[in-house]
Design a binder for this molecule. Sequence first.
Ligand code: AFP
Length: 350
Amino acid sequence: MTLILPSKSGRVVTIERHILETQKYYPQATGVLTNLLYDIALAGKMIASQMSLAGLAQVLGKTGDVNVQGEQVMKLDRLADDIIYHMTATTGRVAVLASEEHEEIIPVPEQTTPGKYILMFDPLDGSSNIDYDAGVGTIFAIYNRVTSEGPGTVDDCLQTGRNLVAAGYIVYGVSTMFVYTTGHGVHGFTLDPSIGEFLLTHENIRIPPEPVYYSTNTGNQEKWSKGVREFTKALHGGNGKAKPLSMRYVGALVVDFHRTLLAGGIFYYPGDKGKPQGKLRLTYEAIPLAYIAEQAGGYASDGCQAILDIRPQQLHQRTPLFVGSSSLVRAAEAYIAKYDKGEECPPPVE
Ligand code: AFP
């Protein structure tokens, strides 16, 4: 059965048509960004198709390698990484790529003329969920290059989120969803596998003002700062002022973020005693999701400052992350400022 879902406007809008239509915001547009986004959507369809066959095609499990993050590389991590590389690197649209799975930047092949965009991605976020059929996803961020010619460099990749041209993610869950923004609202598409098309199902997503869920790994709370523990207590209704929120935690940032975006609430992965910078990566995870959150009326912070104001110093830099409904993220900042006396705050950037 084909799932033809009209958008709010009553039209059936494919992702290709939607991306093309957003060109109206960019009178100088050459179509290169449109095509790059479409390449990523196509890569997402290929990954989703591999994922649906994973158990049968024997691509579950670990490769035996450990990545730059010190984590086990799953076979599907490798596959997703390869698919995105092959769908984007040889098109002449990107100057350089950077993937969470690679220690260094990934140059485009020598025979390819470097393009004008920079593509940063986490090919399969939450991959430790793979063997349990739980949600995972791909996250991507696109910048203009800042160098003027030749192959792209690491400087092209270390830009603040305020420079983003586009960001998005693909969630491989009950259905596959592609969510993206080019700075003109956040839009979500559901893959209809019978026709192989992403169709617009979630137009102009706004984080609901009334928060419903909080999402965090409470197993770590003994190691959290007082500010984060007090904030969590307040979410439980412990300050007697607010209705307690329900807790949901998948352990795949992209999935926990997707729920937070649609339902309202907060996701946080703070720093702790052993890991002051937390676990999540600034460039591949926090920045693109922060951009999407802000575009949807939400906010993202490292507990002290907006994630989008942080200039990354390293490709694989980690950051504490609080993201979701603005009121809750601001409240987390206030608890941290009050109880941790700003001790955990990094110096303001620029
Ligand atoms: P994996 O890709 O190794 O599963 O890590 C996923 C992740 O980076 C992020 O997606 C989750 O939010 C976070 O780790 C979960 O970490 P904990 O297992 O420490 O809660």
